[in-house]
Design a protein around this ligand. Structure first.
Ligand code: HEC
Length: 134
């Protein structure tokens, strides 16, 4: 007997594969761990609850958007320009969970909110870089 309940997750998994989205743990290992496993350039360390607490407090939308755009020693998109927002956001959630957060991988609504925060952050950065005339 075919059951939609069984087929749906399989279809989603296949769609992810076709889409080429990397699972969060793989993104973390391949892209983020270089700095976040070691604390290179003062990157908050994976699993360090004390260092993660103030970041987690910023909230999933803000923290993901800030990291995505880049901040201090944190390169935009973790230094991997072909990373999708979904992959990046999942890796952020994965890292936050290691630091004690209960964040889920982003759904469509969450991704939209992150996109909106990204726009605002870019506008703020542009405004800051603009020198007052005169
Ligand atoms: C080249 C080193 C490097 C790589 C690679 C890197 N990070 Fe970072 N990351 C940093 C550093 C350094 C900071 C601290 C930035 C600061 O606050 O000045 C940071 C901070 C962050 C923050 C907190 C941003 C904030 O608001 O302070 C998040 C979230 C983050 N990284 C996520 C990721 C994710 C996800 C990846 C992989 C896709 C990644 N990073 C890859 C170095 C790196």
């Amino acid at each position: 007997m075919r059951s939609a309940a069984i087929l749906a997750p399989i279809a989603m998994f296949a769609a992810n594969l076709a889409h080429g989205a990397m699972p969060a743990e793989q993104v973390y290992k391949e892209v983020c761990s270089v700095c976040h496993a070691t604390g290179l350039q003062k990157a908050p360390k994976f699993g360090d609850k004390a260092a993660s607490a103030p970041l987690i407090k910023e909230g999933q939308v803000t923290l993901t958007a800030d990291g995505w755009v880049g901040e201090g020693g944190m390169p935009p998109r973790g230094g991997k320009p072909d990373l999708s927002l979904e992959e990046f956001a999942s890796a952020v959630a994965f890292m936050a969970r290691s630091g004690g957060a209960r964040w889920k991988d982003p759904d469509a609504t969450m991704l939209e909110r992150i996109r909106a925060a990204e726009k605002k952050r870019i506008e703020r950065l542009k405004a800051k870089n603009k020198k007052p005339a005169g």
